[in-house]
Design a protein around this ligand. Structure first.
Ligand code: PGA
Length: 259
């Protein structure tokens, strides 16, 4: 795999002012100059993309946290991937579990968004992952339906996407129970999920497609556990929420991964 390790800072709906954005960004920029093996991607709220795009130049990459599937038209409140491309984004996060939960996004919607992102020559970061109820029944007994759930998400979200375009897609494995809870997935278990994702891609496409697809881990990543997912479990990067809002913690993560 010749590509750099991807570290995606998903700021979600934070911070609430331009001043805080500058402070956070400057603190990270001051600590990180050139990275040999790591590509940092900032995924701020839409309203800050333009400002950040001007200030990061080529040092860092830029992602949006979502997009609509049409390029333009009468869709009040929506933002298209064509607009994101024009603003200087390289990536778009698609199908984050918070969007599935709060806005009822289905895999069909995710599939339409992925296609729109690819059409505009951007890289979708496609989020998949099981809920706690897929791993344990109501009595707390393990049922381990991760494979079923994750397999289904991959199949449905990739319908109609060719092997040639798969190269531009990044998959983020994020067990929903690990997001924002402080309970991260053991790196061994995360690795099993990653191998299962590769097996599914191999069945749907080919072995070489499975070898090439980039897979990130996300869910309560911090400076203590970050390097394990890359160096032990073999993930191609990380999708980081809360720890990316703390400049010194984020910089530590980046340094631990890049060294
Ligand atoms: P977290 O969020 O790092 O706060 O768990 C990860 C994500 O939602 O992508």
């Amino acid at each position: 795999m010749d590509k750099k390790t991807l570290i995606v800072a998903n700021w979600k709906m934070n911070p609430v002012s331009k001043k805080e954005v500058s402070r956070l960004l400057d603190s990270v920029k001051n600590e990180i100059n050139s990275l040999e093996k790591t590509e940092i991607v900032f995924a701020p709220p839409f309203v800050y993309l333009s400002k950040i795009s001007l200030s990061i130049k080529k040092q860092f990459s830029l992602a949006a946290q979502d997009c609509f599937w049409e390029n333009k038209g009468a869709y009040t409140g929506e933002i298209s991937s064509a607009m994101l491309k024009d603003l200087g984004c390289q990536y778009v996060i698609v199908g984050h579990s918070e969007r599935k939960k709060n806005f009822n996004e289905t895999e069909e919607v995710v599939n339409r968004k992925i296609k729109a992102v690819l059409k505009n020559r951007l890289n979708p970061i496609v989020c998949i992952g099981e809920e706690l109820r897929d791993s344990f029944d109501s009595q707390g007994r393990p049922i381990n339906e991760m494979n079923l759930v994750v397999g289904d998400q991959i199949e449905k979200s990739l319908i109609g996407i060719s092997e040639a375009r798969l190269r531009d897609i990044v998959i983020a494995y994020e067990p929903v129970w690990a997001i924002g809870t402080g309970i991260s997935c053991l790196s061994d278990d995360a690795m099993k999920a990653m191998l299962f994702i590769k097996k599914t891609i191999s069945k749907l496409y080919s072995r070489s497609a499975a070898e090439k697809v980039r897979i990130l881990y996300g869910g309560s990543v911090n400076s203590k556990n970050a390097a394990e997912y890359i160096k032990e479990a073999g993930f191609n990067g990380l999708l980081i929420g809360s720890a990316s809002l703390n400049a010194s913690e984020f910089v530590k993560i980046v340094k631990n991964v890049d060294e």
